[in-house]
Design a protein around this ligand. Structure first.
Ligand SMILES: NC(=O)c1ccc[n+]([C@@H]2O[C@H](COP(=O)([O-])OP(=O)(O)OC[C@H]3O[C@@H](n4cnc5c(N)ncnc54)[C@H](OP(=O)(O)O)[C@@H]3O)[C@@H](O)[C@H]2O)c1
Length: 306
């Protein structure tokens, strides 16, 4: 089977398509034929090892000091169960699924993946019927991060939420989750992305290159920094007394319940991941070059099978 591997950190050209052996599921695992995966901003950063100095050292100790320990990148996928181990009870052959390969030996830039049906790290669920394979594949990482942080901020009906960097993956999921919860959403992004964020439900928009959001007269219950490019000291100027600031710069620890909730929202028609561009697996270098620009809108999907 085909897979994309990298055995050194660097530019997108370190990614190479190779032939490797198709895996066989253990008794507690399902074998998934991958239909789609994604290029997240995290994939691009791991590949290039582009982190601030202290984070760089920690990431290198975890992911490989001199070269990547895990040669196959990719943090989310959708696909169809092709085989199940004899202890598997929740899934059957033919089920359409979505999940993350967190802590598995292989990432999702591959045609097949074996996944334990239950595990502490990493998630797996039936794919929402409302979503295509491409849409489902880009749901877990940005969606679970947005949901985890909005729950941490105690998102509630009727609140005013400001999302800074609303046009990225986390931001575009956050808009829809906050609207589904009954919040009023103000977004901060480039003028060129106003129509995109409005299509996802934003009530108000502000261009960060023209106006400083912290000079607004309005007060908010939550300021959500979805791109890690603002700060609590700035946000505090527009927060209500009990208001909360959350940021993607914080460590997050979403789990199965977060993916289940996202699938529920998608099934109700309240959440549809925004796809900016779609590439084929063989075009992964171009996909990484695009994500490296830092300008992607929503998500970049990678079609593996169709
Ligand atoms: N903590 C976690 O678990 C976790 C999980 C996922 C992601 N993250 C982190 O969260 C951050 C966002 O990830 P992502 O994948 O959602 O990002 P992304 O999709 O790569 O973000 C790209 C978007 O950010 C916008 N942007 C860039 N600079 C901006 C600025 N100065 N102000 C406002 N918007 C700006 C761009 O719009 P313009 O072109 O209009 O500027 C673009 O649409 C990353 O740092 C990522 O590492 C953390």
């Amino acid at each position: 089977m085909k897979a994309i591997t990298y055995n050194k950190y660097g530019s997108p050209s370190v990614l190479q398509m190779v032939d490797i052996e198709k895996p066989t599921p253990k008794p507690n695992e399902v074998l998934v034929k991958i239909y789609a995966t994604s290029v997240t901003s995290g994939d691009a950063r791991l590949r290039s090892s582009n982190f601030p100095i202290i984070a760089w050292l920690i990431v290198r100790l975890v992911y490989g000091l001199f070269k990547p320990k895990k040669e196959i990148l990719g943090h989310e996928f959708s696909g169809i169960v092709e085989a199940v181990g004899k202890e598997v009870t929740k899934y059957k052959v033919g089920d359409e699924v979505v999940g993350t390969p967190t802590m598995l030996p292989s990432g999702s830039y591959t045609e097949y993946l074996c996944i334990p049906e239950n595990r502490k790290k990493g998630v797996l669920a039936l794919k929402p019927k409302t979503l295509s394979f491409n849409e489902a594949a880009v749901l877990p990482v940005g969606g679970m991060t947005a949901l985890f942080l909005l729950q941490k901020a105690k998102l509630d009906k009727g609140q005013n939420v400001l999302i800074y960097g609303a046009s990225g993956s986390v931001g575009s999921h956050a808009i829809q989750i906050a609207k589904a919860q009954g919040a009023a959403v103000t977004t901060v992004c480039s003028n060129s992305n106003f129509s995109m964020v409005k299509s996802l439900g934003a009530d108000a928009t502000m261009d960060y290159s023209i106006m400083d959001y912290s000079s607004l007269d309005q007060k908010f219950d939550i300021v959500f920094d979805a791109v890690g490019k603002t700060s609590k000291s700035k946000a505090i100027k527009i927060l209500k007394k009990e208001g909360k600031f959350v940021s993607t710069q914080a460590l997050t620890n979403p789990g199965q319940e977060h993916l289940n909730k996202l699938c529920e929202l998608a099934d109700k028609g309240k959440l549809k991941p925004f796809i900016d561009k779609t590439f084929s697996l063989s075009d992964i270098v171009n996909a990484h070059e695009y994500v490296d620009t830092g300008r992607k809108r929503g998500n970049v999907a990678i079609e593996v099978a169709n």
